[in-house]
Design a protein around this ligand. Structure first.
Ligand code: NI
Length: 171
C-alpha cells in the first residue's frame, strides 16, 4: 500500500485513452489499493488510474462526507450505457488540476456498467453527485478533463497558468 504521485496538468499522459483491464490479478488489486491510499491522502472523492500514471480503465470513488464512515467504490472498465436529457450543474475540481473549480453541466442521471474487484459485472443508475463524479472519472479514461467542458476562454487561461507553472518547476 502506498501513496503515489498524482500527475498534474499539462502532463501529456492525462490525454491518453486508457486500456481495458483484461484480468483482475494482484497487479490490479495493488493498483486499486494504491489509488485509494492516494485519493484519501489528497484528499479527493474520485480518482482515475491514469492520474497516477497508469493507463488502465480503473476508477475509485468515495462520496462519504467527513463525519461518515468511508464508502470506497471501485469501477473497473466502466461504461456509460445511457444518459438522461435532463442535466445538472456541479462545481467540479480535479486532483490533476489543483486549486481550479468551475461549474460543469452534465447529464443528471446515467446508467453505468462496470466490473467489481471480483470481476463480477454490475449495472447501476447513478444520479446526483455520483453521476457527476463517474462522468468526470470516465472522461479521464478517455483523455478528457473537466476543463474541456467549460468555455474556451476559461480553459485557455487555466492551460496557460499550468504551462507556466510547469516551466518554472522545470527551471
Ligand atoms: Ni479529475
Amino acid at each position: 500500500m502506498s501513496v503515489r504521485p498524482i500527475i498534474i496538468l499539462p502532463d501529456p499522459r492525462l490525454r491518453l485513452v486508457s486500456e481495458p483491464v483484461t484480468a483482475i490479478d494482484d497487479d490490479i488489486r495493488r493498483l486499486v489499493e494504491d489509488m485509494f491510499d492516494t485519493m484519501y491522502d489528497a484528499p479527493g472523492i474520485g480518482l482515475a488510474a491514469i492520474q497516477i500514471g497508469v493507463p488502465k480503465r480503473v476508477v475509485t470513488v468515495d462520496l462519504a462526507k467527513k463525519d461518515e464512515p468511508r464508502a470506497p467504490q471501485v469501477f473497473i472498465n466502466p461504461e456509460i450505457l445511457a444518459r438522461s436529457e435532463e442535466t445538472s450543474v456541479y462545481e467540479e475540481g480535479c486532483l490533476s488540476i489543483p486549486d481550479v473549480h468551475e461549474d460543469v453541466e452534465r447529464p443528471a442521471r446515467i446508467r453505468v456498467r462496470y466490473l467489481d474487484l471480483d470481476g463480477k459485472p454490475h449495472e447501476i443508475e447513478a444520479d446526483g453527485l455520483l453521476a457527476t463524479c463517474l462522468q468526470h472519472e470516465i472522461d479521464h479514461l478517455n483523455g478528457i478533463l473537466f476543463i474541456d467542458h467549460i468555455s474556451k476562454l476559461k480553459r485557455d487561461r487555466i492551460l496557460k497558468k499550468f504551462a507556466k507553472a510547469a516551466k518554472r518547476a522545470a527551471g
